[in-house]
Design a binder for this molecule. Structure first.
Ligand code: GTP
Ligand code: MG
Length: 269
């Protein structure tokens, strides 16, 4: 068992109220993880690698286009050893090649005994039904349990200017809300324009620690093993990786109306 795994008795048998109380108590209990293990996920080009750099406080990941392999980096941040696994982004409008899916799933096994959280990076902007379906397809490669360990991280939030992230989420409608409900409304707005020491990194670490307290530990290796079969089921062997090419989803944030204004950091929870 992982030394950082908090000790819990199962709450389920005690009824929903009791379970909710235990969950709230667990969330309040200050868990300081000496090691925080994270996997960054998302489609192509929303800012996964830059988010990894923001968290590690250094330029560890190259901002190369269409990375094909997982990359693991670690460093000490605010008294914790932080491990970040960057993964290849999935294709937005085309089938993701099976080799990318396999590599994506491998990302969960690179930080044994398992990541505490998956950071699902979504750029602020137009969010469509197709985006939702692609997220469901690719996140589910890790098994249904992965959602318990997933936090949505919004990038490009500076384009919102003065409207709050909550209003943006409401405005985007049911598809984005579906994703957030799957993650129990755990989300975080990161400002990737801020480099170096900033309270946002500590706040995200605390959010991960709360998740670990609520969910009773990290995502298990056995989940990754079970999910290994999934890419085969979703394969489209006829496609050639080169043929699919590097066509990332256009950053929808760029096309977002500039009339929306928000200070992203004021909405960080
Ligand atoms: N202004 C702004 N730029 C961002 C933000 N996040 C990422 N970028 C920029 O968006 C581009 C893509 O960022 P990456 O971190 O390389 O994206 P990625 O998701 O790792 O891309 P792939 O590995 O190709 O899937 C880079 O030019 C970044 O500088 C953000 O929050 N705000
Ligand atoms: Mg990248």
């Amino acid at each position: 068992m992982d030394a950082t795994r908090p000790q819990h008795t199962t709450a389920a048998a005690a009824g929903p109220d009791e379970a909710a109380k235990k969950k709230a108590a667990a969330a309040q209990a200050a868990i300081h993880l000496p090691e925080v293990r994270l996997v960054v996920l998302g489609w192509r080009w929303p800012g996964k690698s830059l988010t990894g750099n923001t968290l590690l406080g250094r330029e560890e990941f190259h901002l190369e286009r269409a990375a094909e392999f997982c990359v693991k980096r670690q460093t000490e941040v605010l008294g914790r050893e932080v491990i970040v696994v960057d993964t290849p982004g999935w294709f937005s409008a085309q089938d993701t090649p099976p080799s990318y899916k396999e590599e994506l799933v491998r990302g969960a096994s690179l930080s044994p005994p398992g990541p505490h959280a998956f950071l699902l990076v979504i750029p602020v902007g137009m969010f469509t039904e197709v985006d939702r379906a692609r997220i469901e397809e690719h996140v589910s490669l890790f098994g249904e349990n992965v959602w318990k360990h997933t936090i949505v991280v919004f990038t490009w939030a500076e384009v919102l200017r003065k409207i709050s992230i909550e209003r943006y989420i409401r405005r985007e409608g049911k598809d984005l809300q579906w994703v957030l409900e799957k993650c129990k409304r755990r989300y975080f707005v990161i400002n990737n324009c801020i480099y170096g020491e900033h309270p946002q990194v500590g706040r995200l670490m605390e959010k991960v620690e709360r998740l670990v307290a609520e969910e009773g530990g990290h995502y298990g290796q056995e989940e990754a093993e079970k999910a290994k079969k999934a890419p085969e089921e979703n394969q489209n062997p006829a496609r050639d990786v080169r043929e699919l090419g590097a066509r990332p989803k256009q950053n929808s944030a760029l096309s977002l109306s500039k009339a929306m204004e928000v200070d992203p950091l004021s909405t960080v929870i």
